[in-house]
Every structure is written in C-alpha cells, then in structure tokens.
Design a protein around this ligand. Structure first.
Ligand code: SF4
Ligand code: SF4
Length: 262
C-alpha cells in the first residue's frame, strides 16, 4: 500500500501528472478516488475488494480532458486500457500506469507494448463463482437457456448502471437514447430488456475485458457479464484473439457473407 501511495506521490512531486485515479476506503468497500495533489495520495488503497474497473474514467471528458493522468490498474482494467488504445481513445504520452497484481506487486507500465506483455505474463485472477455458473448455463438446452435469461432479464429496470460501469461504453449518445428511429423500447419490459442487452452484448463483441463490472454495478445482480463473456469466447473461437485484431466490431471485408441480412 505504502509503495503505491509513495509512487503516486512522486508523480505529483515531479509534476508528471495532474490527477491520479485509484481506490480509497469507503464506508463498507473501497470506492474510486480522484486524487488531485501529492498529499491526498496517502488515501490510496488496493486490496482484493478493489474490483471496479477504473479504466472507465479514462474516457470521461469532464474528469480527464486536457489532464495528464496516473492510474492504478488491475489485470482487467489493463485489458480495457489496451482496447481503448486500439480504439484510439487514449494517448500514451498523457498516461502513467501502475499495474497492480493480486499479490500487491506494483509495476510501472510505460507503453502499450509493456501493458500487452504484462497481461500476457500475468494469470487472470480466478473467478470460481463465474466458472460454476458458466458450467451450469452451458449444460442447459437452448430452451432452458432462453428461459434462464428471459427470467433474469425480466428483472432489469433499465437504470443503465451496467453501461456507466463499463469502460467500453464511451459513446456520447447511446443507442438506447436514440428515438429517431427508436431502436430499443425505453421502458422496462422483458422484450425491451432483451433488446437492450442483445445490443449491449453485440457492441461488446471482441472488446469486453471480462472484468464483470457491469454485473457488480447492476442493483439486481443480473449476471449480464456472462453474456459478454460468452460473446468474447465466440469471437475468439471464430476469429482468434481479438486483441491482435483491433476493433472486431468495426472490422469487415467487402466480401464477407451477408446471408444473415433479411
Ligand atoms: S461488458 Fe461488463 S465485463 Fe465487459 S468490459 Fe464492460 S463492464 Fe467489463
Ligand atoms: S444495471 Fe441491471 S437493472 Fe440496470 S440496466 Fe443494467 S441490467 Fe438492467
């Protein structure tokens, strides 16, 4: 902990950053903190409860526009940072990144290549509960799976906390707010909720870091991150590792089959 605080402090003292994004202790769990000076770096914490993906703040213009940013990034946040670079949302020269490993080890990552190597050499944190649920869902028939997701998504009340927690949801106008034409019913209903999540998952194709922040943010606890997880697996199985491909969502060949278009 002290090492993180001291290294963040040093960045301020050397005048290399204007803001540092990390975690501080909240009333129950750690919460994000945006440190603006050397003194406040002493509030920084990092432990296994720091699970929110802090990369989500790197595209928030009201927070970081025109600023040099330092960030403490867990494994999944680093994966999101790589994807944000691929999508031209970040500039290397404006960022100072500390990779935080599960054992508390801190590593300064000064370029996109360094982050990619770090991720490659670091095993992802285990997700035992997810693995068990994925096993159960995979063992279902299609009808059972449909019933499972219909039931889960019927509880959604469209608060969009999942969208706010996701580093990949940085559009200034989301499809759910477009009303000419209206692609998605704005009110909560099983069909409208399905439309919303199907769109969300499609837009995450090859981009999701598997951080699970969308589910953690969901007040009802719908395991929606498993939908994007499945989409990531599908993309990987069909096209290879998406991190080598750029932005899968917007990558196409003119000769691609269009038989799916009615
Ligand atoms: S869709 Fe969910 S799991 Fe994937 S990057 Fe966004 S918040 Fe993380
Ligand atoms: S956070 Fe949960 S309830 Fe809110 S829109 Fe997302 S899935 Fe629905």
């Amino acid at each position: 902990m002290d090492e993180l605080r001291n290294r963040a402090k040093e960045l301020f003292e050397k005048g290399e950053i204007d803001i540092f994004i990390g975690y501080e202790q909240g009333t129950r769990n750690p919460r994000p903190i945006f440190v603006g000076n050397a003194e406040d770096t002493q509030k920084l914490v990092f432990n296994d409860k720091c699970t929110g993906n802090l990369a989500v703040y790197l595209t928030r213009k009201d927070l970081v526009k025109g600023k040099r940013v330092g960030i403490s990034a867990s494994y999944y946040a680093l994966k999101s940072i790589v994807q944000l670079f691929v999508e031209n949302q970040l500039k290397e020269e404006n960022l100072k990144i500390f990779g935080l490993a599960n054992d508390g080890k801190i590593e300064a990552l000064n370029s996109l290549d360094e982050i990619k190597h770090y991720i490659k050499d670091t095993p992802p944190p285990p997700k035992l509960e997810d693995d068990e649920l994925i096993k159960q869902i995979d063992a279902m028939s299609s009808a059972e799976r449909w019933a499972f997701w219909s039931d889960e998504l019927s509880k959604c009340f469209k608060c969009y906390a999942c969208r706010a927690a996701c580093p990949m949801c940085y559009c200034t106008k989301c499809i759910v707010e477009v009303n000419r034409p209206q692609w998605i019913q704005p009110w909560a209903s099983t069909l409208g909720n399905m439309e919303w999540q199907i769109n969300r998952v499609m837009h995450m194709a090859g981009r999701c870091s598997d951080c699970g922040s969308c589910s953690t943010a969901c007040p009802i606890g719908i395991p929606i991150h498993l939908l994007t997880h499945k989409m990531s697996e599908t993309v990987k199985a069909n096209f290879g590792d998406p991190s080598d491909k750029g932005n899968v969502l917007s990558t196409f060949k003119p000769e691609d089959k269009e038989s799916f278009i009615l």
